[in-house]
Design a binder for this molecule. Structure first.
Ligand SMILES: Cc1ncc(COP(=O)(O)O)c(C=O)c1O
Length: 351
């Protein structure tokens, strides 16, 4: 069943499947020593800058844990938003596998502020207290909105002034780049981000994420830590071949542009339906909407999606590289029908 469950629910983009197939030749050396890996590294460096160190891993949780391990030790803490994937959806892997403490901060629309960071930056040098080493920002946030360029710049400058490193959880970074009309380098290297978890899976790859260490003073022990965490892919060529196709052609922009257009269409088609209360105009590939509880079941019988907040019935409708206008119109029609039935005037005589 197609729907708006997640960009993780869609399949592999056909162009990437072709890239995998093209790499499926003969034998090749393993563990990143093959020509596909070398080629993809050249592409990453072209995009993120010559200093970028790139390491492939299997999934986003591992990318976050390993990225943050480059900027923290066992006595460190990392600031993140209270609703971040790191804090809420990684089953304490950052603490257990990363070996550092997360310090979740109150967020507004998924974003943390300098004020909240400043307030939490306490007891530095106190041997009894976990020592803050980094700030982790999710771009776009878990609520689908984006930190503006100015917001990012201000937080990064503040963090560096306070001797904190900056990590970007960019599981969907390309979506933010397209929305904000920024290049990947403008969003990361040029702003001084130290380390990035760069996603692929949510934008059409079979699987594969890249940890991009941009600060040349970091990452010395990455390869050992990745191996220890079971994240060193042996047949690396199949991840590398996908990233080369994805980043070496306009594919990443095409996919992100399409899924943004589809979420904006979904927003336009549903925002005026009585009973639907949308959080804000989408800034990436997700629409967050409160609907009456009774609508969830009939809608989900045709189009799967997640209820994001079980108390308010705010739902997340997420588009993907393969979302179509047709299914959005169908979904909106279904919502309209439910709305009409819900707000049916009382029959005459009963008023
Ligand atoms: C913002 C964000 N970061 C990281 C991840 C990690 O993903 P994975 O499920 O691949 O570990 C996700 C997955 O949904 C995510 O939404």
């Amino acid at each position: 069943m197609k729907g708006f469950g997640s960009d993780n629910h869609s399949g592999i983009h056909p162009q990437l499947l072709v890239a995998i197939s093209a790499a499926n030749l003969d034998h090749a050396p393993a563990y990143g020593t093959d020509s596909w890996s070398e080629n993809s590294l050249t592409i990453f460096k072209r995009i993120f800058g010559a200093e970028a160190q790139v390491h492939f891993v299997f999934n986003g949780t591992a990318a976050n844990v390993l990225a943050l391990k480059t900027v923290s030790q066992s006595f460190n803490s990392v600031f993140c938003s209270d609703i971040s994937h790191l804090n809420q959806d990684e089953c304490a892997a950052p603490e257990i596998m990363g070996g550092f403490k997360l310090l979740p901060l109150p967020s507004k629309d998924g974003k943390i502020s300098i004020e909240a960071l400043q307030k939490a930056l306490i007891r530095r040098g106190d041997q009894h207290y976990p020592q803050a080493s980094a700030v982790s920002l999710t771009q776009p946030t878990e609520l689908g909105n984006c930190y503006s360029r100015e917001e990012l710049k201000a937080i990064i400058e503040w963090a560096h002034k306070e001797n904190l490193f900056v990590h970007l959880d960019g599981a969907r970074l390309v979506n933010a780049c397209v929305y904000l009309d920024m290049t990947l380098a403008q969003m990361t290297t040029e702003l001084g981000v130290d380390v990035v978890s760069f996603g692929g899976t949510k934008n059409g790859l079979l699987f594969g994420e890249a940890v991009i260490v941009l600060n040349k003073k970091l990452g010395e022990n990455f390869k050992y830590q990745r191996k220890q965490l079971g994240q060193l892919p042996s047949k690396t060529r199949f991840i590398a071949a996908q990233f080369s196709e994805y980043l070496g052609t306009p594919l990443w922009q095409d996919i992100a542009t399409h899924s943004l257009k589809m979420s904006q269409l979904l927003y336009q088609e549903t925002k005026s339906i009585p009973g639907v209360e949308i959080r804000c105009e989408p800034q990436s590939n997700a629409v967050f909407a409160k609907i009456p509880q009774a609508w969830v079941k009939p809608l989900r019988e045709k189009f799967f999606f997640y209820v994001w907040d079980e108390n308010t019935f705010e739902c997340r409708w997420m588009t993907s590289w393969d979302s179509t206008p047709h299914e959005i119109y169908e979904f909106a029609n279904l919502l309209r029908q439910l709305s009409q039935n819900h707000f049916l005037p009382f029959p005459k005589g009963l008023q």
